[in-house]
Design a protein around this ligand. Structure first.
Ligand SMILES: NC(=O)c1ccc[n+]([C@@H]2O[C@H](COP(=O)([O-])OP(=O)(O)OC[C@H]3O[C@@H](n4cnc5c(N)ncnc54)[C@H](O)[C@@H]3O)[C@@H](O)[C@H]2O)c1
Ligand SMILES: N[C@@H](CCSC[C@H]1O[C@@H](n2cnc3c(=O)[nH]cnc32)[C@H](O)[C@@H]1O)C(=O)O
Length: 411
């Protein structure tokens, strides 16, 4: 494809996403009128694809200048990246097939832009500023964090007294994790696995590593596709919940022997490693939808393999001698590296939270540390989403309100 064709293709994808993100469209309308981000510079490290581009456009519509790069290798869509870079007030430095070196160089480029507000998905911008460019922290008003892993990292920094800027935990908004992590990851991970393998899910043993919000969604959709679902966990309450939701629960070492498809969603490392590869079923398919490329230990697999070859686009077959194992998308996020990421309607809510939190940072002075998304913003996103879906609610009558808040007439 020529550059011109790539830009056209990127713009087409952005238009489609924009037309399916009504909450962000409502926020954009407010931003166009009120210009709350005039004079602000926003640096972003997010998956650069069409829905993210709609968020970038929204921030620019609010008056911000924006520089953006990716937050994982293999999750950028190059046509969207090129299309974004043609926009006024927007610099885009992301590319799909970047090396680890290119990836961190691009993080530096968006920091060179001297932002006063950041948006991270995994806290790489914040980590880089704190470790290599601390002088930047003096002019940072605050940041927003998109994902669970980023929040873990930031809370660890906060615990050690190392976090020197305010950050809003956008991931922890109800209108984010209940929908994005659960229904988004549930749908888009299986979409990535199905389009990459072109194999049937029904009748297979699907092993889900972790029963957090992503794992619950992944298990739910796997059951809907006809799989027998096995969950692995380390948390007794989540394991119990998984069992009572109708899944089998067992240690990974047992699941490895019988699983046909493995999907890791823990945010942790080595969910699948040497001890599992030693017993894993022949032909097993391994995919990750959790954190970076560390949930499946590829070094162990490479070490154990006699040979490795590409057997289909985005599928590498590791020949272990008596068995073969297939890894999708190099163990990186399968829904983004081998798919189009979450559905637009879900990212609509996640990114409306982001846009509203960027505005909140611009208009308020926050102390250093991890902050919750203000409850009224979270509720306003739910209200706007319901409105866009044509759904209205009952209202408490004054009698009901009084009854619920009284202690004298409860029985
Ligand atoms: N692919 C995507 O688009 C996408 C979307 C949202 C979140 N994420 C990422 O997915 C990961 C999970 O997010 P979440 O919101 O579900 O987190 P969560 O904290 O709700 O769930 C993680 C679960 O994994 C379990 N776990 C941890 N170590 C384990 C181990 N060794 N074996 C089995 N289970 C283990 C935990 O007990 C927990 O129940 C994070 O890295 C997050 O950033 C990815
Ligand atoms: N750098 C992090 C990235 C985790 S991806 C998880 C985040 O990606 C976000 N996400 C999922 N799909 C899309 C998409 O299509 N566009 C933009 N962001 C997405 C989602 O909100 C989620 O919180 C790490 O490796 O741990």
């Amino acid at each position: 494809m020529s550059n011109k064709e790539m830009i056209e293709s990127g713009n087409q994808k952005i238009e489609w996403a924009r037309n399916h993100m009504p909450v962000l469209a409502a926020v954009r309308k407010q931003f166009e009128k009120e210009k709350p981000l005039e004079g602000h510079r926003v640096a972003m490290a997010l998956h650069v694809e069409a829905k993210t581009a709609v968020l970038v456009e929204t921030l620019a519509a609010g008056g911000a200048e924006v520089a953006i790069t990716g937050c994982n290798p293999l999750s950028t869509q190059d046509d969207v990246s090129l299309a974004l870079d043609t926009r006024e007030c927007i610099d885009c430095h992301a590319s799909y097939d970047c090396s680890t070196e290119d990836y961190y160089e691009a993080i530096d480029k968006v920091l060179d832009f001297e932002p006063d507000i950041t948006i991270d998905d995994g806290a790489d911008l914040i980590f880089k500023m704190h470790t290599e460019r601390p002088e930047m922290l003096a002019t940072i008003l605050g940041g927003c964090e998109e994902t669970t892993t980023g929040i873990h990292r930031l809370k660890a920094m906060e615990r050690e007294g190392a976090l020197k800027m305010p950050v809003i935990a956008v991931n922890d908004a109800m209108t984010k994790f209940l929908f994005d992590n659960r229904y988004g990851t549930g749908q888009s991970s299986w979409d990535g696995i199905m389009r990459t393998t072109n194999l049937l899910i029904a009748g297979k043993n699907a092993v889900i590593g972790g029963y957090g919000w992503c794992g619950k969604g992944a298990a739910l959709r796997a059951r809907g596709l006809g799989a027998n679902v096995i969950v692995t966990e380390i948390d007794p309450i989540r394991a119990l919940e998984a069992r009572m939701d109708g899944n089998e629960v067992m240690p990974m070492k047992e699941a490895a022997k019988i699983g046909d498809i493995f999907l890791t969603t823990t945010g942790n490392r080595d969910i699948l490693s040497r001890e599992h590869f030693e017993v894993i079923k022949d032909g097993a398919i391994l995919a990750n939808s959790g954190h970076f490329n560390v949930e499946i230990n590829l070094e162990d697999l490479e070490d154990m393999a006699r040979s490795v070859r590409t057997v289909r686009k985005n599928i590498k077959e590791y020949d272990l001698g008596d068995r073969k194992v297939n890894v999708l998308a190099e163990g990186r996020l399968v829904n983004l590296a081998a798919g189009d990421g979450h559905p637009a309607e879900v990212m609509d809510m996640s990114f409306a939270n982001q846009a509203l939190c960027v505005r909140y940072i611009a208009e308020n002075t926050l102390v250093d540390g991890v902050h919750a998304v203000p409850h009224e913003l979270d509720v306003s996103v739910a209200e706007m989403k319901l409105e866009s879906m044509g759904i209205s609610l009952d209202k408490l009558s004054s009698e009901q309100d009084e009854y619920m808040s009284s202690w004298s007439c409860g029985t």
